[in-house]
Design a protein around this ligand. Structure first.
Ligand SMILES: Nc1ncnc2c1ncn2[C@@H]1O[C@H](COP(=O)(O)OP(=O)(O)OP(=O)(O)O)[C@@H](O)[C@H]1O
Length: 357
């Protein structure tokens, strides 16, 4: 008769290539059940966006067939429990805060932040999105929520909590929900910093695996406030291939590495990398130059997370209140799936490394 110990021993030969330990030591194998030749168990990943899901599943199947029974029937149930960094202070139900930044305005930072949120939520993660762009909050437009006003609820101890607005399974708060759309520069200095802090501290976020923050472009007070007030899992930097954008991006990268800020840079995303006409889907035209983002990532020794093509549909879908990655079969959704997977993977690696320190 096959025993649970035999199955676990077999699975202890399977190593998670990112976390560099075997699945049993990592406590990722649960609920082993054996009935004759049928072996079932749960594989608990560190993120539902794990790009190595299929690879790990195949490795588990091979290990059990090799070490236990060659003709075993194997049923693997894949779940996930997102890990978090050790220091989570007051925001104890929010596991990982991800900053989306850019050195320059208009490079597609809000488009990337919104589509990453949609992609992670589609994978099954609990996701929140804060639009902290004091200059031009775009989440209300991108999610079809212009004019929306979040309501509030009282806690038992009399505190008032803002209720994020939920759309496409994502909990959203934007500075734009609290400002008059015709007011030219609504948020300045300390008022902006306080408003941002409230979006984190005084909102009823519930449990979140990932809270994505769409930062204002450049480097400024808001970046410092957020970086110093909350535990940040990491920052991603969005750039276009042009040199000007790249020069500003370098400043952004350097800021996250300053002492006193010191936030892990999860990587660089290159947006508007190339244009592919719908009628010639195999052709890629690198209008703004090629490989700029990749070279920048190499130079600063941070991961390159991927390229997003220039596509006509993005602006239309952004304006119509439905981020483009809601369309499952679009090539751009595939770019976002790959990038979101790499970000979630990078965070899991960092979290396991800090837990081991
Ligand atoms: N890959 C893309 N293909 C085509 N259009 C894009 C792409 N990415 C973004 N855009 C468009 O470029 C414009 C700027 O994008 P977005 O608002 O996301 O940039 P941003 O960096 O957040 O700007 P801001 O300076 O306002 O913070 C929008 O109209 C958006 O729809």
């Amino acid at each position: 008769m096959i025993t649970k110990e035999q199955v676990l021993a077999a699975l202890s030969h399977v190593e998670d290539p990112d976390l560099k330990k075997d699945l049993v030591t990592l406590n990722m194998i649960k609920d082993v059940k054996i009935e004759d030749k049928t072996i079932g168990f749960t594989l608990e990943l560190t993120t539902p966006a794990c790009p190595m899901k299929e690879m790990l599943k195949n490795a588990c199947t091979n290990a059990v067939r090799h070490f236990v029974l060659a003709d075993a029937e194997i049923n693997i149930n894949i779940t996930s429990r997102v890990t978090k960094p050790l220091d989570i202070s007051q925001l104890k139900d929010i596991k990982n805060i991800i900053l989306v930044s850019s050195g320059k305005g208009g490079v597609g930072k809000s488009t990337v932040a919104s589509n990453l949120a949609v992609t992670l939520a589609k994978d099954g993660a609990k996701v929140g999105l804060i639009d902290a762009d004091i200059y031009g909050p775009s989440v209300p437009i991108m999610f079809g929520l212009i004019g929306a006003k979040p309501s509030a609820r009282e806690t038992e101890d009399g505190k008032s909590l803002i209720l994020p607005i939920e759309k496409y399974g994502i909990k959203l708060l934007s500075l734009g929900f609290f400002a008059d759309p015709d007011q030219p520069v609504p948020w300045r200095g300390p008022m902006a910093s306080n408003a941002i802090k409230q979006l984190f501290n005084d909102a009823d976020w519930g449990e979140l695996d990932y809270l994505i923050v769409d930062l204002p472009p450049g480097t400024g007070d808001i970046h410092i406030t957020i970086s110093q007030s909350f535990p940040i899992a990491g920052a991603v930097i969005v750039t276009t291939p042009q040199q000007v954008a790249l020069a500003d991006t370098r400043k952004g990268l350097a800021m996250f590495r300053m002492p006193g800020i010191n936030i892990p840079v999860l990587g660089v995303i290159e947006n508007m990398s190339y244009f592919t006409p719908a009628e010639l889907p195999e052709n890629k035209y690198y209008i703004f130059g090629k490989n700029g983002g990749k070279e920048l990532a190499e130079k600063y020794d941070v991961p390159f997370l991927g390229e997003i093509p220039l596509v006509q549909g993005i602006t239309a879908s952004g304006d119509s209140g439905e981020p483009i990655s809601m369309e499952n079969d679009s090539p751009i959704a595939a770019s976002f799936t790959e990038i979101a997977g790499k970000i979630a993977q990078q965070i899991s690696i960092n979290n396991v490394q800090t837990a081991n320190c």
